[in-house]
Write a protein that binds this ligand. Structure first.
Ligand code: UDP
Ligand code: MN
Length: 372
């Protein structure tokens, strides 16, 4: 009896399975048949492939239509955001950003860790940042002439990076280092930096920034005016007063066309002194004028350091007397250097240049000048 019961259960069980699976089999064969048909048609008419491609093309067109032609004006024009954020509309950032705090509390004592700041977390390798919620008014290249001042560089970026973010600028740091131990030539490496940066990216504004100048007020906005802007008129070591009208040393911003118009810096100032005064003379001879922030906001502290090897006064004076006849020949258009490397580091783009050595016979410089 139990044997028969088991046999009858099996029969019903198998019959049940077959009956239940019929609709499943029918639907499966229909779908795959449809797929096979679809694929066959696709291969025959290229329909399947071209359909996919045209979708991609359509998307691309959509994106490029929404991309922005980058014209920044003084009025808050509406822009459509770039790829990845098609629907969002963004405005040009405000000329007086809300997050500014005014006077800064600078602490250069040793117990601060200058190698890290939470504001560094969204800096892109190479030292780039831009605001996400509005279009920066200018793309600004910060050019820092450098050799053997690591600590100063850390201190400067520790204060400057958060400040530039509050100013809502699109910025990138370039540190231009003179290779080797020959006499430092700041003007020459500034020219080299300008030439190299132009090969890398387009900027609306160049800020030439000594490494030891720490800004004390974030209302001093790091953008360019049409005329060159001397951003550091109030320096602690000069009692926060402009020592003379022709000073442009420390921090100087210039639009690229203006830098080209004055033919950059002189390449002939080896050692400390007067390359900035030479620049001021170029600006004067081109009748460009100098813009300055008020002394209340154009404030800086200069980190104390030992004085570098000086350019002999005789040569400095001689060079300064000859700017007018020399500056269109000596500068950006005559700079000679070799690029040793360009490296991206987390907080800046590092440009190492070889500029050779100063002429052994200093009379060479003076005799060269007399010929012109
Ligand atoms: N500099 C440098 N290493 C040097 C000499 C100069 O990095 O050995 C750079 C640095 O950016 C510095 C700027 O050149 O701030 C101007 O030089 P320095 O500070 O010696 O002149 P100062 O402005 O103090 O008279
Ligand atoms: Mn200095």
């Amino acid at each position: 009896m139990p044997g028969e019961w088991i046999r009858s259960f099996r029969r019903h069980f198998y019959a049940g399975i077959i009956v239940l699976s019929i609709p499943l089999l029918v639907s499966l064969s229909l779908t795959s048949g449809y797929d096979v048909l679809r694929l066959l048609t696709a291969f025959k008419s290229n329909y399947y492939i071209s359909n996919t491609t045209s979708n991609v093309v359509a998307n691309r067109n959509e994106n490029s239509r929404s991309m922005v032609s980058r014209v920044v004006t003084n009025t808050a024009v509406e822009h459509v955001a770039d790829i990845g954020n098609i629907s969002a509309k963004r405005k040009v950032c405000s000329a007086s950003p809300e997050r500014l705090v005014g006077r800064l509390n600078i602490d250069l004592s040793d117990n601060t860790n200058f190698t890290f700041h939470k504001e560094y977390l969204d800096i892109i390798s190479g030292g780039t940042w831009k605001p996400r919620d509005c279009f920066a008014r200018q793309r600004v290249a910060i050019i820092i002439p450098f050799r053997d001042r690591r600590k100063h560089l850390e201190q400067l970026q520790y204060y400057l990076i958060p400040m530039l973010k509050r100013q809502q600028l699109n910025f990138r740091f370039f540190v231009v280092e003179q290779n080797g131990n020959n006499t430092f030539n700041k003007g020459l490496i500034m020219n080299a930096a300008f030439a190299e940066v132009r090969k890398i990216e387009d900027f609306d504004c160049f800020v030439f920034h000594d490494v030891d100048m720490i800004p004390e007020d974030d209302r001093n906005i790091y953008t360019c005016t049409d005329a060159p802007k001397h951003m550091s008129p109030a320096l602690d070591k000069f009692g926060y007063r402009l020592p003379y009208m022709q000073l442009v040393g420390g921090v100087l911003s210039m639009k690229p066309d203006v830098f080209i118009a004055v033919n950059g810096y002189s390449n002939l100032y080896w050692g400390w002194g007067a390359e900035d005064d030479d620049m001021a003379a170029r600006i004067k001879f081109k009748n460009l004028g100098i813009v300055r922030p008020p002394l209340t906001t154009g404030r800086y502290r200069m980190i104390k350091h030992s004085k570098r090897e000086m350019n002999p006064a005789k040569i400095r004076m001689f060079l300064l007397k000859t700017v007018k006849n020399r500056f269109m020949k000596d500068g950006l258009n005559s700079v000679q250097y070799k690029t040793v490397f360009v490296k991206l580091t987390p907080l800046f783009t590092h440009i190492m240049v070889d500029v050779g050595e100063p002429p052994k016979d200093t009379n060479k410089i003076t005799s060269m000048m007399t010929q012109t």
